[in-house]
Design a protein around this ligand. Sequence first.
Ligand SMILES: NC(=O)c1ccc[n+]([C@@H]2O[C@H](COP(=O)([O-])OP(=O)(O)OC[C@H]3O[C@@H](n4cnc5c(N)ncnc54)[C@H](OP(=O)(O)O)[C@@H]3O)[C@@H](O)[C@H]2O)c1
Length: 208
Amino acid sequence: MRIGIIGSGMMGSTLGTLWAKAGHEVRFSSRHPETLDGLVQKVGANASRGTVDETAAWAEVIFLGVPFSAMPELADRLAAPLAGKLVLDANNVIPARDGALVDEVKLLGHGSGGWTQKRLPKSSVVKAFNTVHFKNLADAAHREEGRMGIPLAGNDARAMKKAEGLVLDGGFEPILVGDIATSARFDFGTKVWNSNMTGAQVREALGL
Ligand SMILES: NC(=O)c1ccc[n+]([C@@H]2O[C@H](COP(=O)([O-])OP(=O)(O)OC[C@H]3O[C@@H](n4cnc5c(N)ncnc54)[C@H](OP(=O)(O)O)[C@@H]3O)[C@@H](O)[C@H]2O)c1
């Protein structure tokens, strides 16, 4: 699959590396793509780099790992190129960091994933990977036993299936929580957030 990484920082570079290792074509993007040469070289043959807009147009699946404050402008700009595509949204909305957006997400009442889905109405947004610190993702990937659980929330069954596959390819256990509004159940500050739970533990914590 052609996976475009928007926000090739701690999260984007970690997951992009795991997906490239699993055989996917991964394009890392940046507002300064030349800064990604070292990463692309390290990841190897399946990796390339581009601008944010090129990457959005090229990819079949998009991974979003940017500060939430960047999202309003990015969503306006990328809604058209991302139409019809799976968008994996790992962003967290954090009170101390994201100001008025925190209230906007709360008011909407569909979790941070619901906010992104509203702003990318023609994409299939799946909330994923927002619960785990990037270092723990890198360390726990493909663990022999007790795979780390990655809760997923999204409205579109086909997109959820694809997201499940990408969680497995990364070396984790996908946990289907429900529609996009259920992303609120694993947003910043919830019981499962930053807990490093295994799949079984996530299921138990969320009563699934
Ligand atoms: N760090 C974690 O362990 C962790 C875990 C779970 C979820 N998250 C969430 O994932 C998101 C990313 O976190 P991170 O720690 O990976 O952040 P990060 O290392 O700071 O990387 C974020 C990337 O976003 C890009 N970016 C910033 N503003 C942008 C804009 N206006 N347009 C396009 N790209 C922009 C930057 O790329 P350029 O400057 O190269 O353009 C930067 O590399 C956040 O919402 C965070 O809450 C983080």
